[in-house]
Design a protein. Structure first.
Length: 52
């Protein structure tokens, strides 16, 4: 019985760890996308200023 309890706890731990890692990857992708869009907007504004 102790083995089953330990196994169940280990499975729950791994499942939670997996979800946290996936959430971290999604957050990193979203933040990276926002930073890239911001950087692209700054570059576009700078190019427009130079064209004037």
């Amino acid at each position: 019985m102790v083995v089953l309890t330990t196994l169940g706890g280990e499975i729950c731990y791994e499942a939670v760890k997996f979800v946290v890692y996936i959430a971290a990857i999604v957050c990193a992708c979203m933040i990276g996308g926002k930073l890239r869009k911001s950087s692209d907007a700054k570059k576009a504004a700078k190019v427009r200023e130079e064209d004037k």
